[in-house]
Design a protein around this ligand. Structure first.
Ligand SMILES: [Zn+2]
Length: 270
């Protein structure tokens, strides 16, 4: 009997570390993204829900996304400015103020060539400063991350290394000595862009589908025709085409629209 009770308590302890993302209130969520647009595409519905429930949401963006345009007249500097204003417009839709977005400013597609220790130190400091209840990041095991998008691969791995470093005071001890940042153990990890077969957590976004689409459509320069020849607005035909594609990409589960994740706790200690 005592063993059963102990097991139940242990189970309860584990569950208490994994809050229900749909109902949690007053918590802090820190999302690490390689580019300004992945946050809306992966998790726009979840972020809108979290904000509606009074949670603090901070977005850390590793790169300034300054390369992805076919427009021969585009420059990296201009593209970075465009992407920043699009991200801020998308976040306004989701209820995330621009003060909560931290731009690390590395060049698009080049994250794997930035000194990794420097990146981990940056991310560790942010984790220790904000002390999040949940960290969201790219799943480094997703097909796209493993084989194609180097920034996605790097963002996933760097964030994981920073999560580990943040809890041990001997990593980057200057942060404690000089900045007063105590070690911090992240209790919950929520990975996005995860493989369908590895997803284990789904957030119902039925009420936030429109907000997700609106936030995604704020990234005008990522879609045709602006990706080929930049323009700040949409033609009616291109807008309805993009909207239809975003709707078609929504994941369904048990009759509801969902965003799929791999949720994990504590693997960092094993
Ligand atoms: Zn991306």
């Amino acid at each position: 009997m005592r063993i059963v009770l102990a097991m139940l308590l242990a189970a309860g302890c584990i569950f208490s570390q994994a809050p229900n993302i749909e109902t949690m209130k007053g918590k802090t969520v820190l999302l690490f993204t390689p580019h300004p647009d992945d946050d809306a595409f992966c998790c726009g519905g979840t972020l809108a829900l979290l904000r509606e429930n009074g949670n603090k949401v901070y977005i850390v963006i590793y790169t300034n996304d300054d390369k992805g345009s076919y427009d021969p007249d585009m420059t990296s500097e201009r593209l970075a400015r465009i992407r920043k204003s699009e991200e801020e417009a998308g976040n306004r839709v989701l209820g995330i103020p621009k003060e909560n977005v931290l731009w690390l400013g590395h060049h698009d597609g080049m994250l794997e060539y930035v000194e990794p220790k420097h990146l981990v130190e940056q991310a560790t400091e942010i984790i220790r400063r904000h002390r999040p209840d949940v960290v969201m990041s790219v799943d480094p095991g997703g097909d796209h991350a493993r084989w194609h998008k180097t920034d996605h691969r790097a963002a996933g791995m760097i964030t994981l290394d920073a999560i580990r470093a943040a809890e041990w005071h001997l990593y980057f001890p200057n942060q404690r000595l000089q900045l007063g940042l105590e070690p911090y153990r992240v209790p919950v990890f929520l990975f996005f862009y995860t493989l369908a077969r590895e997803a284990n957590y789904w957030v119902n976004i039925d009420r936030f589908v429109e907000k997700k689409i609106e936030a995604a459509l704020a990234h005008v320069s990522q879609f045709e025709p602006a990706v080929n020849k930049y323009r700040a607005d949409w033609t009616a035909a291109d807008l309805s085409k993009a909207r239809a594609e975003l709707m078609a990409a929504m994941k369904k589960r048990n009759g509801h629209t969902v965003e799929a994740y791999r949720l994990a706790t504590e693997f960092n200690q094993q």
